[in-house]
Design a protein around this ligand. Structure first.
Ligand SMILES: Nc1nc2c(ncn2[C@@H]2O[C@H](COP(=O)(O)OP(=O)(O)OP(=O)(O)O)[C@@H](O)[C@H]2O)c(=O)[nH]1
Ligand SMILES: [Mg+2]
Length: 340
């Protein structure tokens, strides 16, 4: 991290934060990244740019997919490494003992993100997926550079992890704990071998994101159980879950799933990560629908994702996207890793 001033101007602070995305297949990882450009720019205080051509192309193509083509990105194959500069401002106390003052200083993060096929988080490759076998981890992905072993190596070397939990998928499949336990055990094993454990805990920061808040099942559960609120500063008054309530919602959703496996996920997270290194968010990559004629969210007409009129099991996005808590987990991770 660099501080100080250049020609009287505060010098940008840089921190390289390597962030991994973790989540089951279909949990919404690629859509989350696809919504990032809109999330960053709608915030008004931040901007984002690709560090290399692949990352520039990813942002432009995927933003176009969500906002112009109004569809979701294709299923991910293998592992894609992406690198973006997130540029904004932060407040910092400057000056000596008697002349302390708060100054706004530029803050740049480089986010090295990792987007992988969710299938890999089960310890299976695409070819193995058909017979549903869990691979012997030591044999997995050898030499391919895009197998489960590579993924665990990369996640273990991250400073922070965004873990996406899809309550809709969990309700249907009920296998979230199996996925999480597999990945977690292997990350702990790596960190332990490298002497990186802090006591019995991992050194990583973890942003737990409940995805698809706009989905009717998730939205209605959060609404009926009193988790929703609106930020008075938001001109559209979109519903959101307060940060300090998102963990309770996670447990509540876990309780509702037939296998209750998300409750075990919660316990596993508590066992593996330091309490002050974990934060919960309720997110939606596309957000709620806003009619062209209306400037405010309407609970009677909130669905932004609807079944495709002709293609079975495909979904289409009705209107503009309004990402919810897409940038916030990254800013939290950026801020936390910067403090270290
Ligand atoms: N309602 C709603 N559905 C979403 C959202 N994000 C993703 N989805 C749905 O979830 C599906 C899977 O999303 P992806 O982003 O491809 O999930 P992934 O985790 O990248 O999946 P893999 O690449 O297979 O690992 C999409 O095709 C959408 O149908 C969201 O914010 N809201
Ligand atoms: Mg994907």
């Amino acid at each position: 991290m660099k501080t100080g001033s250049v020609n009287g101007l505060p010098r940008p602070q840089t921190k390289m934060a390597k962030i991994g995305l973790w989540g089951a297949s279909g949990s919404g990882k690629t859509s989350y990244l696809a919504a990032l450009y809109v999330a960053v720019t709608q915030n008004g205080k931040w901007n984002i740019g690709g560090v290399d051509q692949e990352s520039v192309d990813f942002l432009t193509e995927k933003t176009d997919t969500l906002t112009q083509q109004r569809r979701f990105p294709d299923k991910t194959e293998g592992i894609q490494n992406l690198s973006w500069n997130v540029m904004g401002e932060t407040e910092e106390v400057v000056g000596g003992r008697f002349r302390r003052r708060v100054e706004t200083v530029p803050l740049y993060f480089q986010l090295d993100m990792l987007d992988a096929a969710g299938q890999l988080f089960k310890g299976t490759t695409e070819e193995d997926a058909t017979d549903g076998d869990i691979l012997d981890f030591n044999d997995a992905g050898s030499g391919s550079g895009s197998g489960p072993e590579e993924l665990i190596d990369q996640l273990a070397s991250c400073d922070g992890i965004v873990y996406l939990f899809d309550p809709v998928r969990e309700n249907k499949e009920g296998d979230e704990f199996r996925h999480v336990q597999w990945a977690l055990q292997n990350i702990v094993h790596r960190a332990s071998n490298e002497g990186r454990l802090i006591g019995r805990h991992l050194p990583h920061f973890l942003a737990v994101c409940i995805t698809k808040l706009d989905d009717p099942k998730v939205f209605h559960t959060a609404y009926k159980r009193g988790y929703l609120t609106a930020d008075p500063d938001d001109p559209h008054l979109f519903p959101r879950v307060r940060e300090d309530k998102a963990e309770d919602l996670f447990r509540e959703l876990g309780n509702l799933s037939p296998t209750r496996s998300a409750l075990m996920v919660h316990n596993a997270i508590n066992a593996a990560f330091l309490p002050d290194r974990v934060c919960y968010f309720a997110t939606s990559s596309v957000g709620f629908y806003l009619a062209r004629t209306s400037s405010r969210f309407r609970a009677a007409n909130f669905q932004n994702v609807v079944p495709h009129p002709t293609q079975e099991r495909e979904y289409t996005i009705r209107g503009d996207i309004h990402p919810i808590n897409v940038l916030e987990p990254l800013l939290w991770l950026g801020e936390k890793t910067r403090q270290r």
